[in-house]
Design a protein around this ligand. Sequence first.
Ligand SMILES: [Zn+2]
Length: 114
Amino acid sequence: MTSIDYEAKRTRLEEERDELTVRLQDLGITHGGGSHDVGEGEGFADSGAVSAERRELLTLQGSLRENLDDVEAALARITAGTYGICEKCEGPIAPERLEVLPSARLCVACAADA
Ligand SMILES: [Zn+2]
């Protein structure tokens, strides 16, 4: 049987969320209502000027955001009592997998299938 320490997972996920949030802020994404309108597409639209470096940064931001989404979804599932259940086949996700990747949405089989 699976036994998952939800509180331990919650703690880990919250730490991960905080870390991702800080990293995103470091990259210049402002969360919530900021008083100044820096960032968010400013200058990107007229884009000949977007450097490769800048584009790399955006890619990194994108993947950090995706991670953050996964982490927040996992935290929501802990609250909802559906944590550790595969989003695709609704089977249990192996505890060892959750140990390695607490924000996993899919079981090993479904992840391999994706
Ligand atoms: Zn599955």
